[in-house]
Design a protein around this ligand. Structure first.
Ligand code: KG4
Ligand code: ZN
Length: 346
């Protein structure tokens, strides 16, 4: 677990953020006073699409190809040089080991060559703090709904590094449920955007799927049964666009309702009034609308990163690294480790 910090003031320094935990190469330049100066992303979606999911070895190789050109591009955009950097932040985990090694290797080597600190950042902390990049950031404490391809958690966040798990998925993550369901409906990868696009033309209420653990009395989730329910439903429908859209809509309605009801319950239970939504599934329009509508009725406020910073990106890593920068931090010797499995809350 990353250590807890007392203050979250960002020092006036320039930091390069590097994200390579999965299938996106993201880099960004964040300045403690001037904010986000530049960022760039290369998505490998097209490359992995023909395999129906991420192929780890291809992901690593593509990160190697992209990372330095992208870094040069944002330095030029921000009118900076490597010599202007005060620190580097790279995603240390969790994620695909080979993919992480690329970003960590480049980050640690640059830190060594430039004689500046290289900070290993927890990927989920990056997601969690991403809404703080927005012009109207949430104040601590808040409840965070972290919904990505690998994680679904509700957390009480009282400061940078001060995280308490309130509930989590017992099986599939929300994004994973979208991806697996899309695959079995023949919608390809990545599933979240594909299902949500198709669901737009689905008729609400035409099919009704179960709401797993809606009344479990705790803040945990379970999504693995939903894909089986979808499979059973799909088997009895013609393989045409409209029935598929209606199924996609029913699936999305079920996930959105469970996430929204539990997120609101977390606010009720903790007495907190701010909800932060982070991670790739946070890009889902229907989830956003469902949370907004419920929160507004109870006087709660919902905060999101902008859409492009919901999914993996370098800006959130640069920002989390800046939050974790310590003035007494020293440059490393170029050595580094990655942590493919790494809990945010120990
Ligand atoms: O946070 P993220 O980019 O990567 C991880 O850290 O996992 O999240 C990726 C996940 C994928 O499962 C993807 O299908 C899902 O986020 N996702 C969505 C949407 N956009 C991405 N799920 C539902 N609706 C979306 N619009
Ligand atoms: Zn992520």
């Amino acid at each position: 677990m990353p250590t807890r910090l007392k203050s979250c003031k960002v020092p006036p320094m320039l930091i390069l953020g590097i994200e390579t935990s999965c299938d996106e190469t993201g880099v960004a330049l964040y300045h403690g006073e001037r904010g986000l100066l530049a960022h760039a992303l290369h998505s490998q979606v097209a490359m992995h699409a023909e395999y129906g999911g991420v192929v780890p070895e291809l992901a690593s190789r593509d990160h190697i190809r992209r990372i330095l050109p992208l870094t040069r591009k944002i330095l030029a955009e921000a009118d900076c040089t490597l010599a202007d950097l005060d620190a580097i932040a790279y995603t240390q985990g969790p994620g695909l080991a080979g993919a992480l090694l690329v970003g960590a290797g480049v980050g640690a080597a640059l830190g060594f060559a430039l004689n500046i600190p290289a900070i290993g950042v927890h990927h989920l902390e990056g997601h969690l703090l991403a809404p703080l990049l927005e012009p109207d950031p949430p104040a601590f404490p808040f409840v965070a709904l972290l919904v990505s391809g690998g994680h679904s958690q509700l957390m009480r966040v009282t400061g940078v590094g001060a995280y308490e798990t309130l509930g989590e998925t017992l099986d599939d993550a929300a994004g994973e449920a979208f991806d697996k369901t899309a695959k079995l409906l023949g919608l390809g990868y990545p599933g979240g955007p594909a299902i949500s696009a198709l669901a737009e033309s689905g008729v609400p209420g035409r099919f009704k799927l179960p709401r797993p653990m809606l009344h479990s009395g705790d803040l945990n989730f379970s999504f693995s049964g939903l894909k089986t329910a979808v499979l059973t439903l799909a088997k009895h429908q013609p393989n045409d666009r409209q029935p598929l859209a209606d199924i996609a809509r029913a699936f999305q309605d079920a996930i959105v309702e469970v996430l929204a009801v539990k997120a609101l319950a977390a606010l009720d239970q903790t007495g907190l009034k701010r909800l932060v939504v982070a991670g790739g599934v946070g890009a889902n329009r229907q989830l956003r609308a469902g949370l907004e509508a419920r929160a507004a009725k109870r006087g709660y406020k919902v905060y999101y990163p902008k859409l492009e910073f919901c999914t993996d990106n370098g800006a959130m890593i640069a920002f989390a690294g800046a939050m974790r920068f310590r003035h007494d931090a020293v440059a490393g010797n170029g050595a580094f480790t990655v942590r493919p499995r790494w809990e945010l809350v120990g």
